[in-house]
Design a protein around this ligand. Structure first.
Ligand SMILES: Cc1ncc(COP(=O)(O)O)c(C=O)c1O
Length: 450
């Protein structure tokens, strides 16, 4: 598919029909370079995205897209938010990087704000989600070792529990607790001592939890797995068992945290906090920044030199993150997320009545998934042709992660476009192999649906 050339003749809601100059449809040398010189880790669309404004992204052929993916939950303020641009312009001329051997003016204040948002007392800044997950796993192993157990041996309390269908990142620690085999098995042996618990299955959790567990990792809402919220019963039981056995409850809020559900953190709908929450994606509005948030009790085991990073918590990224949190508060974006999220789900429910291949609509706030009984890839391609960015996860779930600044009019624009996408693609969808998702999803999530 050459989206740019095909889109040139389309009239779309998001972008007007464009008569592209001949040069725009010529093979692009930059795509050829990418093809030839990059490691082939992604199956990318053959489109060069050049810039964005608010909830829209533009490509090098001048096509405009309504961005309902938001850089996979990163661009929570959309693109080129004036507050973010202003802070970057101000700070970039002062200091991009200063060493963690010294203080900078933003880490402490940002840690304080995150502590206020999360109810957790201490913060470590990393560069990405996966790095923060690995750091959290290190903390769990650190606390799991009894004083009399010699270092360099496996402590009795060293096991991790993670959930089936989970995704926690790409580094070794993170892939070890990521259930999806294609991400983990090619790199075996991974970190030992990990066991997967059936999603939302309290009995399985109880059977696998004992005094040898140092931590259980839970995405409060599974993202890559297809937008599956963990149940209150499961969360509460995990909390109780972790406390009973002296293990840590680690909430992966990398995709669902920092406002996406209409709460500061997704776990705040439950009555009990985790021992550690891990965040990243939207924290610095697109600059790389992750964080481990934890309790005083956990922090009291940490001493200088045990963990560190060169780039994490740099002044530019932290200044931007402070601005991000301020904007969420000042622009009352949590209210917007709840209101727009409701409109989105209501609209999708109405649309779903006309398409029998839509099996379920899931999610909270502006983290929404639609499970299909047919493969989702053709819908993503058609959406792009019509000027709409979405993606498909686990083959059958279309995922929507629009920016938290999305307006009512843009939700309506999305719904119109999406209905057209469904109508156009349904013929193809109907003739596709039916029923595959039922087997896959039903096995993994029977308990979730109760
Ligand atoms: C829930 C969750 N955990 C961890 C990660 C890994 O984060 P990063 O890509 O920043 O390393 C992701 C990324 O998609 C995620 O969604």
């Amino acid at each position: 598919m050459r989206a740019s050339s095909k889109r040139g003749s389309l009239t779309t809601l998001a972008g007007k029909a464009k008569n592209l100059p001949a040069a725009a449809t010529k093979p692009d040398a930059r795509l050829a370079d990418a093809e030839k010189f990059l490691l082939p880790t992604y199956k990318r669309q053959p489109v060069i995205m050049t810039h964005g404004r608010g909830a829209y992204v533009f490509d090098s052929a001048g096509n405009k897209y309504l961005d309902f993916l938001g850089g996979i939950a990163v661009n929570a303020l959309g693109h080129a938010h004036p507050g973010i641009v202003k802070v970057i312009r101000r700070e970039v001329g002062r200091a991009i990087h200063l060493s963690n051997l010294y203080h900078n003016g933003f880490q402490g204040p940002l840690a304080r704000r995150l502590a206020e948002w999360s109810g957790l007392a201490r913060v470590f800044f990393a560069n990405s989600g996966t790095e923060a997950i690995d750091g959290a796993m290190k903390l769990a192993r650190l606390l799991g070792r009894a004083p009399e157990e010699p270092q360099g041996t496996a402590a009795k309390k060293h096991r991790f529990l993670a959930l089936e269908n989970s995704f926690h990142g790409r580094t070794f620690g993170a892939i070890s607790v990521t259930a999806t085999e294609k991400y983990r098995l090619p790199f075996s042996p991974v970190v030992p001592g990990v066991e997967f618990v059936r999603f939302n299955d309290v009995a399985d959790l109880e059977a696998k939890f004992d005094h040898t567990v140092c931590a259980i990792l839970v995405e409060t809402i599974q993202g890559e797995g297809g937008i599956y919220p963990v149940s209150e019963a499961f969360w509460n039981r995990a909390r109780t068992l972790a406390t009973q056995h002296g293990a840590l409850l680690i909430a992966d809020e990398i995709q669902c945290g920092l406002g996406r559900t209409g709460r500061c953190f997704a776990y705040q709908k439950f009555s009990a906090n985790p021992d550690i929450a891990v965040v990243a994606k939207p924290l610095a509005a697109g600059l790389p920044l992750g964080a481990i948030l934890t309790t005083e009790a956990v922090a009291s085991h940490v001493s200088p030199g045990m963990h560190g990073t060169t780039f994490g918590g740099g002044p530019l990224a932290c200044a931007v993150a402070l601005e991000f949190l301020s904007i969420v508060e000042e622009e009352k974006l949590l209210d917007n997320v709840r209101a727009r999220g409701e409109e989105l789900r209501e609209g999708l429910t109405k649309i779903a009545a006309h398409f029998d291949f839509i099996r379920e609509i899931r999610g909270e706030g502006l983290m929404v998934g639609i499970e299909l009984s047919v493969e989702g890839a053709p819908f993503v391609a058609e959406a792009m042709e019509r000027g709409l960015l979405i993606n498909c996860t686990h083959d059958f779930t279309l995922r929507f992660l629009p920016p938290l600044i999305i307006t009512r009019a843009q939700v309506r624009e999305f719904l119109k476009l999406f209905e057209l996408v469904l109508a156009k693609t349904q013929k193809q969808a109907r003739s596709a192999h039916p029923g595959k998702s039922s087997v896959l999803q039903d096995a993994a999530h029977a308990a979730a649906r109760g």
